[in-house]
Design a protein around this ligand. Structure first.
Ligand code: UTP
Length: 238
């Protein structure tokens, strides 16, 4: 009888987790994250997207001063996300591809031989959250895990509004309303989870788990489908 392969899982790591401004802290984080991803990736097919964070915003800001177009600014952002993917992939070593796949199609091909597969951005106009969602839809993934620098989705930004409350569970309509409220679509903006990601996962009926990626024990739980602290976004597929 054929052995059933566990369903793939897709992780989107926010750039703010990868570049804090403190090289010693970032080195330790990359190393510990790579260890966790290697372990989970051996148990099931795992795809990871890496964000560009503050570094991407710095390059996009510089490009904007130089009068670059929005598409050119997005392309700068993509280069930074790919740099972060390369760092993580190189730490993991073969068979994880050292050169991050540049499209969803390339991810599918790479995953036939390696897990985890790490990539950055692909096309101008969205973020690595959107890439993670597109990959998940193509792979019929069990879930997307979004690792960020807050421990879930709040009613308002908890860094500025101490009274904001964390949602344990949201449906897609609620998350869509929050994303639309907080974004206008320019290059380098900071989204809770990007619009393309919300639309793609809602259509595909794939749940989203939002967790604090600084807590690698909790991140491991979210990746393995165990109980985790954070926000679960679910809803009926349309
Ligand atoms: P990020 O995915 O890092 O976006 O891509 P972000 O919203 O800044 O997320 P955090 O802060 O890392 O969590 C950085 C920028 O690169 C461009 C966009 O301009 C994005 O804002 N980008 C990225 C693309 O145009 N396409 C992609 O597929 C990925």
């Amino acid at each position: 009888m054929p052995r059933t392969r566990p369903a793939p899982i897709v992780l989107s790591v926010g750039g703010s987790l990868l570049r804090s401004g403190d090289p010693a802290r970032d080195g330790a984080y990359f190393a510990a994250l790579a260890t966790l991803l290697g372990r989970v990736g051996r148990q099931r097919p795992l795809v990871v997207t890496t964000g560009g964070g503050q570094t991407a915003r710095e390059y996009i800001g510089l490009g904007r001063r130089l009068g670059l177009t929005e598409v050119e600014l997005d392309e700068l952002g993509i280069e930074v996300t790919r740099l972060h993917a390369r760092l993580l992939a190189a730490r993991l070593g073969p068979p994880t591809p050292a050169h991050p796949p540049a499209s969803v199609r390339e991810v599918v091909a790479a995953l036939a031989h390696a897990s985890p597969v790490i990539l950055g951005g692909t096309e101008p106009g969205h973020t690595t959250d959107g890439v993670a969602a597109l990959v998940a839809a193509r792979l019929r993934a069990e879930a997307v895990v979004n690792a960020t620098d807050v421990d879930g989705i709040y009613s308002a930004d908890p860094r500025h509004r101490p009274a904001a409350r964390r949602f344990d569970r949201l449906d897609w309509e609620q998350l869509r309303a929050m994303v639309v409220r907080d974004t206008s679509g320019g290059a380098g903006q900071h989204f809770p989870f990007d619009r393309l990601g919300v639309e793609t996962l809602d259509r595909a009926g794939i749940p989203l788990r939002v967790v604090d990626g600084r807590d690698l024990v909790n991140l491991g739980r979210a990746l393995r489908g165990e109980r985790f602290a954070g926000t679960n976004v679910t809803g009926r597929a349309r």
